[in-house]
Design a protein around this ligand. Structure first.
Ligand code: FMN
Length: 343
């Protein structure tokens, strides 16, 4: 394995990818490390205090780990399109007696500077970014603080942009990935290129070490990504049903439901392309949702929370990659080890 990763004590070439919104618990991150993998806390959506607390929990287990942040790349929503969309989805909010007119239009940076300050004050082994590429001085400061720094990219063109900075490693995310795409231009959907092909294209564009992610569900998938030039892989969806994941009950049940129809790339929930299980919400609104992250994320949040509390999977963002049928209810360490069995 590449020295960038062996230096962190890794023995498995399958990392536990960051999953914000609940799934990436400190327990999941520690379980991954104990299996010889590396797990990531998702810093997205959390307050700096909650992130600091989770970092302290993992640190107390004395294992290597990473922290992922959403780097600011806001796409302010068009006010007219926002109002129109709010009216369109109000019928879903009505089911839970929520008035979306009372949700303030929120274009925030998710405590970006505060979280960078936290990671500089108490450095962690690995920091990765998605959604945007931070200013070079931020990357340099984190490296000077001792962190290995990674950047998510979704194409060879984005890899070239990231390589202009001082990042150590690229997270190459194929469109098959569950959750938000890290695409730098969220007004476009990520191109549906299989991960091995994308790795080859990116490998031809840069000499940085690559970690491949997106749609990996079997040992053969992992072996194919490594064969296409990745130094390691990262998985998210296959861990969502693991004991240590913070996945909600209705989300877990939907992942295991054989009647589910597959996944779609949609902006309907957050205004930024993300892959999740198709449900009533994605059916009704994927074609009409405007681009606009984080405003749409905040707009739909009360519906998603109420639906989760009510056990209604049709109005929850059920983020999942194309390999979701391989997600099993097992300890995370066993899942990661099994995936690495043909590496
Ligand atoms: C529920 C969920 C939440 C995610 N949250 C993040 C995140 O906070 N930051 C990030 O860089 N990627 C996030 N991702 C993407 C994963 O890090 C990873 O790229 C993806 O899961 C890989 O594809 P797979 O799900 O098919 O294994 C998320 C994915 C899921 C399924």
């Amino acid at each position: 394995m590449h020295s960038a990763l062996t230096g962190l004590g890794l023995t498995l070439p399958v990392l536990a990818a960051p999953m914000s919104g609940g799934p990436s618990t400190p327990e999941l991150v520690v379980a991954a490390a104990r299996a010889g993998s590396l797990g990531f806390l998702g810093g997205g959506y959390k307050t700096p205090d909650v992130l600091a607390d989770q970092i302290a929990q993992v640190r107390s287990a004395d294992v290597p780990f990473g922290v992922n942040l959403f780097a600011p790349n806001p796409v302010p929503v068009d006010p007219h399109a926002y109002s129109q969309y709010r009216r369109q989805i109000q019928q879903e909010a009505d089911l839970y007696e929520i008035d979306l007119g009372r949700v303030p239009v929120t274009e925030n940076s998710d405590y970006w500077q505060e979280k960078i300050d936290l990671l500089l004050a108490t450095p962690v082994p690995v920091v990765t970014f998605t959604f945007g590429i931070p200013e070079p001085k931020v990357i340099t400061a984190l490296k000077n603080a001792g962190s290995l720094v990674g950047q998510t990219i979704t194409s060879a063109a984005e890899a070239r942009l990231a390589a202009e900075t001082d990042v150590d490693v690229l997270l190459v995310q194929a469109a098959a990935a569950g959750g938000h795409s890290g695409i730098l231009t969220p007004d476009r959907l990520p191109p549906e290129i299989p991960l091995p092909q994308l790795l080859k294209e990116v490998g031809a564009a840069t000499s940085l070490p690559l970690i491949g992610a997106g749609g990996l569900g079997t040992p053969d998938d992992v072996a194919a990504a490594l064969g296409a030039g990745a130094i390691a892989t990262a998985v998210g969806t296959v861990l969502l049903r693991s004991e240590e994941s913070g996945t909600s009950a209705p989300y877990r049940a939907a992942l295991a439901d054989p009647a589910r129809r597959g996944t779609v790339l949609t902006r309907a929930f957050t205004g930024r392309p993300a892959r999740g299980l198709a449900n009533i919400f994605t059916d009704r609104y994927s074609d009409v949702a405007p681009t606009g992250y984080p405003a749409l994320h905040h707009l739909t949040s009360p519906i998603r929370k109420a639906a989760t509390a009510a056990g209604d999977p049709e109005r929850i963002n059920l983020w999942a990659g194309t390999g979701y049928r391989n997600a099993q209810e097992e300890p995370a360490g066993s899942i990661l080890k099994a995936l690495a069995s043909k590496a």
